[in-house]
Design a protein around this ligand. Structure first.
Ligand code: PMP
Length: 386
C-alpha cells in the first residue's frame, strides 16, 4: 500500500510545508539550539570517543592534563575574540555557570563579617540570581533585591554583591554596576558576550567574570562554565566552594569542551561566529520588520555598534526580544501573547513588570518560523481592527 506520511507537529498541507495556524509557539526557554546546524556541519571533527577504561581515576594532575590544555584553549579563544582580558587571572571551571554564580557569592562574602553581604541586581534581571541566592541563603550572604535600594541608602551597611549581566538577559543591553565604592563587589555574568548576540566593543577587564559554554557553542546540556578571578583570596574561597559541592569537575565534559573549542578556534572562530551572528541578525531583522507596523507592541531599542572582532559596524542580534505592551488595557502582556498561541516568559519573572514579556530567539529555526508566523498573525489583527 501507499505509505502514510505524518508531518512533524505543527506542520500540515500537501507536502507538510505549511505551519498550522493554531499551533503553539513556545518561546519561553533559552535553549540555544540555533547552533545545531553548525555542529551538524562539523559532526566528524567535533566527535569524541572515549574507551571504557580511559580516565577512570579521580585524579589527573600531571602537567599535560586536559584541564591545563582546556584552560589554555579558553584563554586563546578570549584573546582571538577580544571579549575578555585573561592574563594574570585565576580560572575555575563549573557545572554550568549556574554553579559558579553561587560560588562567586560565597567567595566574595567575608567569613568574619558581623552582618551578611547584601546580594542585589538591577531590574530587569535573570531570575536565577534571586532564586539561587535565596535557596543557598547563609549567615554570610542574603538576597536583598533591586540594586538601587542600596544606592539610596546613606549608612554604610556592609558589603554588597551585585550581579551585572552584560549584555543583559532579558533586554540585551550593556550594563554597568549600579553600586560602586570599596564595599561594593561585582559579579560580571558575560554569558551573552559573544559575537552571535552582541558587538564586541572592548575586552572585559573585571575582577570576577563568568562565562558559559551554553551560549557560546550551544551545548547547554553539557553543563560547563568558567570564571576568571583576579584576587587570590577570592579564588581560594571559590575553589573551596567547588571542592565542597562537586569535589572536582568532570573529566569527560572537559574533554568534550576541548574538542568543541578546537573546532571553534579553526580560522580564528570565523565559521562559528559568522554562522551565529548571521542567524541571530536575520531573526532580529525579520522580527523588527514585523513589529515596525505595530503600535500595540514595542521591541527594545538596540543600536548598531562597531565590533572589534568582525572589524565592522554590526546591527543588533540579541538572544531575546523584550516586548512591551503599550495599550492601557494590555496590563498582562504575557496573557495577550498566550491568547495568540505564543508562550513567552512573563516580565514579572525578571522583575521588569507585567507589561513586558520575553520571547526567546535562540531556539531552532522551526521554532523561530512558527513564532514569527504567530507574531505576524497577532500584529495583522491589530491593523485589521484599526
Ligand atoms: N546567566 C545568564 C544571564 C543566563 O541567561 C543563563 C542561562 N539562561 C545562565 C547564566 C546559566 O547558564 P548555564 O548554567 O547553562 O551556564
Amino acid at each position: 500500500g501507499v505509505p502514510v506520511c505524518e508531518c512533524k507537529s505543527c506542520y500540515g498541507g500537501k507536502d507538510c510545508s505549511e505551519i498550522l495556524p493554531d499551533c503553539l509557539a513556545d518561546a519561553d526557554s533559552g535553549d540555544p539550539l540555533f547552533l545545531e546546524p553548525f555542529w551538524k556541519q562539523h559532526a566528524a571533527s567535533s566527535a569524541v570517543v572515549v574507551a571504557g577504561w580511559h580516565r577512570m581515576s579521580y585524579r589527573f594532575d600531571d602537567k599535560s592534563s586536559i584541564a591545563a590544555e582546556l584552560e589554555k584553549c579558553i584563554r586563546e579563544l578570549h584573546a582571538v575574540i577580544g571579549n575578555a582580558k585573561t592574563d594574570g587571572r585565576y580560572m575555575i571551571f563549573g557545572v554550568g555557570s549556574t554553579q559558579l554564580l553561587n560560588g562567586a557569592i560565597y567567595a566574595l562574602s567575608a567569613e568574619d563579617s558581623p552582618s551578611p553581604a547584601s546580594v542585589v541586581a538591577a531590574f530587569p534581571f535573570y531570575p536565577v540570581y534571586k532564586s539561587e541566592t535565596e535557596f543557598f541563603d547563609s549567615v554570610e550572604f542574603k538576597w536583598l533585591g533591586d540594586a538601587s535600594l542600596l544606592k539610596n541608602r546613606s549608612d554604610s551597611s556592609g558589603t554588597s554583591i551585585e550581579f551585572v549581566t552584560s549584555p543583559n538577559n532579558p533586554d540585551g543591553k550593556f550594563r554597568k554596576p549600579v553600586l560602586t565604592g570599596p564595599s561594593a563587589k561585582t559579579i560580571y555574568d558575560h554569558a551573552y558576550y559573544w559575537p552571535h548576540f552582541s558587538a564586541i566593543t572592548s575586552a572585559a577587564d573585571e575582577d570576577l567574570m563568568i562565562f558559559t559554554l551554553s551560549k557560546l557553542t550551544g551545548h547547554a546540556g553539557s553543563r560547563f562554565g568558567w570564571a576568571f578571578i583576579k584576587d587570590e583570596n577570592v579564588y581560594t574561597r571559590m575553589q573551596r566552594y567547588m571542592t565542597m559541592s562537586t569535589l572536582a569537575q568532570s573529566h569527560d565534559i572537559q574533554l568534550r569542551t576541548l574538542k568543541l573549542l578546537k573546532v571553534v578556534l579553526k580560522e580564528r572562530g570565523r565559521k562559528l561566529f559568522e554562522f551565529g551572528y548571521k542567524t541571530m541578525r536575520e531573526r532580529w531583522e525579520r522580527l523588527s520588520k514585523s513589529f515596525s507596523s505595530s503600535k500595540r507592541f514595542s521591541l527594545q531599542k538596540l543600536e548598531p555598534q562597531y565590533c572589534t572582532y568582525f572589524k565592522n559596524v554590526t546591527g543588533p542580534s540579541p538572544a531575546y526580544a523584550w516586548i512591551k505592551c503599550e495599550r492601557e488595557e494590555d496590563q498582562d502582556c504575557t496573557a495577550v501573547f498566550q491568547t495568540a498561541n505564543i508562550i513567552g516568559r512573563p516580565g514579572i519573572a525578571f522583575f521588569g513588570g507585567s507589561r513586558y514579556v520575553r520571547l526567546s530567539l535562540i531556539k531552532s529555526q522551526d521554532d523561530f518560523e512558527l513564532l514569527l508566523q504567530q507574531i505576524n498573525a497577532l500584529i495583522s489583527k491589530e491593523s485589521a481592527a484599526a
